[in-house]
Structure formats: C-alpha cells, structure tokens
Ligand binder design. Sequence first.
Ligand SMILES: *[C@@H]1O[C@H](CO)[C@@H](O)[C@H](O)[C@H]1NC(C)=O
Length: 193
Amino acid sequence: MELQRAASVLATALVLTSILAGRVQSVGVCYGVHGDRLPKPAEVVQLYKSNGITAIGLYEPDVQTLLALNGSNIGVLIDMADANVPRLASGAAQADLWVQLNIKRYYPGVSFRYIAVGNELAGAATQSILPAIKNLNAALAKAGIKVSTAVKMDVLATSSPPSSAVFKDDYMKQIVALLGATGAPLLVNVAEI
Ligand SMILES: *[C@@H]1O[C@H](CO)[C@@H](O)[C@H](O)[C@H]1NC(C)=O
C-alpha cells in the first residue's frame, strides 16, 4: 500500500462518534467514494484490516465497496443520500425496497451494524427522519441492524459533560426517545480531518 494512498484515505476520514446512554464512543473511520485519487475498495478493506480498524462508515451504499467488504467482518455504518430520506419516510414499501437493494443483497456477508438516516439534515428535512427510521426498523425486522441518524454537535444546546447533553429542538427529543427504545446510538460527527 502506497503511503500516499493511505494518506488520502485519512484525508477523507470523518470521525464518527456515538452517544448511547451518555456514553461516548468512536464507531469508526469513514470512507468516501467521490474524492480524487482514492484507493480502490479492495485496497481500502485491506488497509482497514492491516491497521486493525474494525468499523467503516460509508456515505452511501456503494456496490463495489460493499462487495469488497463481503466476508471481512468489518462492521459497517451505512449512510444514504439525504435526498432519499423523504422517500423512505413516505411508506413501508419504499423502505422495504431500499433494504432489499442495499442491505439484504449483501447480508450477512457484510457486517452491517448501523444505518444512518440522513447526515446533518436541517430545516424541513428533519421532519422525515423519525418516520424514515420507523419504516426502516420495520423493513429490517430482526436483522440486528440499528437505525439511527447522524447529526452535528450543534444539535446539542449543552454538550459537556455528555451525560448532561440537552437537545435544542423537539424533533431531536423524539428521535432520541426512539433510538433509546431500539437501543440504537445517536451518531455525531465530531471532527473532519
Ligand atoms: C459473499 O461471499 C460469499 C462467500 O464467498 C458468497 O457466497 C456470496 O455470494 C457473496 N455475496 C455477494 C453479494 O457477492
């Protein structure tokens, strides 16, 4: 693996953190597929393995990357294009179709852990998060994959210490209540390198 390529993965890395019951933990390193000169998916999987990285975040369900992850045991956090969120919120059939195409096709060979519904959505789009999570939970049935959403630190009115975090908006309170009921962590983007 060329050093330059390894460096380009790190350059696109986004550290994702989850807050679950006041505990903060890092869940992995994100891999984007749209940067310049990114290494190929199979090389990325090898890079993660050789560095002992056990979880990967994908900004979208990229076919080549998912095929490369097949059988790797690397835990996958998968995001979706934000534009898909209202559609997934609109009904069970849409969520079933998304799960069929993007999850079931690769499961259980790919170790999906979390699905993030939207990445830092703002404004009216935030209203779609809760129904989309519910529809995806129903579509996933008992596959053991947790559905959550990724937010920026600024959804918190108070963020320190984590156990006393307070959410600014009501939609976040409802989402966090649902995540608590399903045992899914809230995903928080804490730093872009
Ligand atoms: C994943 O690997 C297994 C075992 O090699 C194989 O049977 C399966 O078809 C692969 N899945 C995909 C989606 O290619």
